[in-house]
Design a protein around this ligand. Structure first.
Ligand code: ATP
Length: 298
């Protein structure tokens, strides 16, 4: 049985009549990369800020490393790295001075690790924090979140503002953290990022956790795209009538469709014709996401 790192029970946050987070029951295990996915305004930041005791829950409770988020927030903070979605700095410092400042505050020495991370992210620690671009702010944020090698990382939209090359470096850094048995909780509305990086994903919609599933299973079990090419023209309507088949597009000898569940009937029907080619594609997480959320949030 895996060790539980984050556990919430009925965690809720109201602003007056508005419910930003409703009855959240969530478990994150040691050593996993957990993706917290939802559209803008879904309640991702609210969840994170509540877990970090920056804001207080209206109801419910939560633990991190089996410690209560409210009673033991100081002890919890000593064990985590938090990257907020927006970074603000004292701008009259260089990045190196900022690292020194955090070292003193945390009473740990982490300059060597900061140098290593800066090199990986192609960032010069001698730069002033004044007037940094969004991407460079994000880089110094990642460096200072990881440099003390905390057992838990809580990252709010970690790659916003990073170019694709740096996103790749970020993914490598996060995987290295995981390989050391540490735990990562990251919020995102970037589906590709979650698909590429996370083991499990929780989908949040309008303050409610609608599903928690392994990324593998979501990708495999939901539906697949099937592309068929025949030697002769076929009547595509026969395919449309099969159970589990939808989104059919046909062009005399070519048929493209979505199939949910097993493919036995589809393969048997296709085999009544001469098949030139058959291709089966897993959906992207984005397609799964749109299916979950329906057209209203597309
Ligand atoms: P994004 O991806 O855009 O950052 P999010 O999923 O992080 O979105 P939250 O920032 O958690 O969403 O916001 C959830 C909802 O709570 C939003 O509708 C937001 O407007 C509302 N909200 C957040 N803070 C407050 C506040 N202090 N007062 C009133 N409403 C708030």
């Amino acid at each position: 049985m895996s060790t539980i790192v984050i556990q919430t029970q009925g965690l809720s946050k109201h602003y007056g009549d508005f419910v930003a987070l409703r009855d959240l029951n969530l478990t994150v295990y040691a050593g996993e990369i957990f993706g917290y996915l939802g559209p803008n305004g879904a309640g991702k930041t609210t969840t994170i800020r509540t877990l970090l005791d920056i804001i207080r829950p209206s109801a419910g409770s939560a633990t991190i490393f089996s410690k209560d988020i409210r009673q033991d927030s100081v002890k919890i903070h000593a064990q985590l790295g938090y990257l907020p979605s927006e970074m603000t700095f004292y701008e009259n410092m260089t990045a190196r001075q900022y690292v020194r400042f955090l070292e003193r505050a945390r009473r740990t020495s982490c300059m060597a690790e900061a140098e290593r991370l800066a090199q990986r992210l192609d960032f010069d620690l001698n730069r002033s924090l004044e007037g940094l671009s969004t991407g460079n702010k994000r880089k110094i944020g990642i460096i200072t979140t990881l440099m003390h090698r905390p057992p838990l990382l809580i990252l709010d939209e970690p790659t916003s503002g990073l170019d694709p090359l740096m996103q790749q470096v970020f993914n490598e850094l996060v995987r290295e953290v995981q390989n050391e048995g540490r735990t990562i909780f990251l919020s995102s509305h970037n589906l590709n990022e979650v698909q590429a990086l996370c083991d499990r994903v929780g989908i949040l919609r309008q303050g409610e956790l609608t599903d928690v599933e392994s990324v593998d299973k979501l990708t495999r079990l939901s539906f697949r795209w099937v592309h068929l090419e025949f030697a002769e023209a076929v009547d595509a309507r026969a395919f449309e009538q099969l159970s589990g088949v939808s989104h059919l597009q046909a062009d005399t000898t070519k048929v493209k469709l979505q199939v949910t569940g097993d493919m036995d009937a589809l393969i048997k029907l296709a085999a009544q014709h001469t098949i030139c080619d058959i291709r089966v594609e897993d959906p992207t997480l984005e397609e799964i996401f749109l299916k979950y959320y329906g057209r209203d949030n597309a």
